[in-house]
Write a protein that binds this ligand. Structure first.
Ligand SMILES: Cc1ncc(COP(=O)(O)O)c(C=O)c1O
Length: 379
């Protein structure tokens, strides 16, 4: 199989897996990091705090501004629902039509409670413009929640520009950066307008089931998970030391190789598009080169049923959209929101590549896809 679904999840390196193992076994550092009464607990806590510093370093935040979660889904829920519970008098939210369901669904929950939500429409490239946000702001706007990199298209929102404008506005700004952290430089000291930012470990070569929410100093959220009062009372639950160690190591690695990763992904993208270039009636969805994450490639082949196309290339691990929505056969709401017809959306696939994808693999994938499209079209 050739794995081309890095936006769904990434593998972790053998070195990191090995390191994680040291925090699970009797011989290792398996103790509960909240155990204050013995040395083994302190050692586990030290490992957790080291990981916190590694992740904070990657986004230039203070380690005390990170709250561990089970992933970006939980981070998004905590950001949106936790903020709403903290500031009940403000009842308007701004987000976009093409956010991940982990943002849209908590917004819907609030809507059912009487909140008003403005869903900004993306342009044809899958981007939201700063001006749209500014025009939607109201006096009672509690939160603007926008993603950095769209998980289906790879298009980038002007996060820095929106942050600069919101820095002086009372509305809070949450960024779902699940697809961006470790791939694009983030400096939360510079981006003072961002109050909350969601991170997922398994999108950046860390383990699944762990993530973090950046909560800017001074801001408090109401816990959505109640229990022992961990994470400064914002998220209770025994911390998964081995997962956090894996996330920390992945963050440190990303710090050193994101530029190389970016150049590699760009090269892979160019190679793929070149191979497909002699096909007719197909398009790349997403933004122009300057506003596009190169590792995510959304393609539409006119007249093709994407499900049939995937069946025709059984050696390629790719998807028709995001993994979270692939249980339904509805066309992608992201693709229809940027103007694709239902038929075009159902003729679309997503390839996503990463650190371990070889040029040769993308060449094989490109040739297989091209041959399958021609076969399905009967040409
Ligand atoms: C943009 C975005 N937000 C949130 C998530 C959810 O992340 P997690 O799997 O860590 O809960 C994903 C993953 O699919 C994503 O791509």
């Amino acid at each position: 199989m050739i794995y081309l679904d890095y936006a769904a999840t990434t593998p972790i390196s053998a070195e990191i897996a090995q390191k994680m193992l040291q925090f699970m076994t009797l011989e290792g550092c398996f103790a509960n990091p909240a155990s204050r009464s013995h040395m083994l607990g302190w050692q586990a806590e030290q490992a957790v705090e080291h990981a916190r510093a590694q992740v904070a370093d990657l986004i230039k935040a203070d380690a005390r501004e990170l709250v561990w979660t089970s992933g970006a889904t939980e981070a998004n829920n905590l950001a949106i629902l936790g903020l709403a519970a903290q500031f009940p008098q403000k009842r308007h939210l701004i987000t976009s039509q093409i956010e991940h369901k982990a943002v849209l669904d908590p917004c819907k929950v609030l809507q059912q409670q009487g909140y008003q939500v403005t869903y900004l429409a993306p342009d044809a490239q899958g981007r939201i413009q700063t001006q749209q946000v500014l025009e939607a702001l109201r006096e009672d706007t509690l939160l603007v929640s926008l993603m950095y990199v769209n998980n289906e298209l790879g298009s980038l929102n002007p996060i820095a520009d929106i942050s600069a404008h919101l820095a002086s506005h009372p509305a809070h700004f949450h960024v779902d950066a699940a697809q961006a952290v470790g791939k694009f430089p983030l400096d939360l000291q510079a981006l003072q307008g961002i109050d909350l930012l969601s991170i997922s470990a398994h999108k950046m070569y860390g383990p699944k089931g762990v993530g973090a929410l950046f909560v800017r100093r001074g801001l408090r959220l109401q816990a959505q998970m109640h229990g022992g009062g961990h994470e400064r009372g914002m998220r209770s639950g025994t911390l998964a030391t081995h997962q956090l160690v894996g996330m920390g190591e992945a963050a440190q690695l990303a710090h050193t190789c994101y530029q190389e990763d970016h150049a590699h992904a760009y090269r892979l993208r160019q190679t793929l598009l070149e191979i497909l270039s002699d096909l007719h009636d197909w398009q790349v969805n997403g933004a122009d080169e300057n506003h596009q994450a190169p590792h995510i490639v959304s393609l539409t082949f006119a007249g093709i049923d994407a499900e049939a196309l995937l069946m025709a290339v059984p050696e390629l691990a790719l998807s028709t959209g995001s993994a979270c929505n692939s249980a339904t056969l509805d066309p992608s709401y992201v693709l229809t929101a940027i103007g694709l017809t239902r038929q075009q959306a159902l003729a679309s696939i997503r390839l996503s590549m990463g650190r371990y994808t070889k040029v040769q693999e993308i060449q094989i994938a490109g040739e297989q896809l091209k041959a399958a499209v021609k076969r399905l079209r009967g040409s």
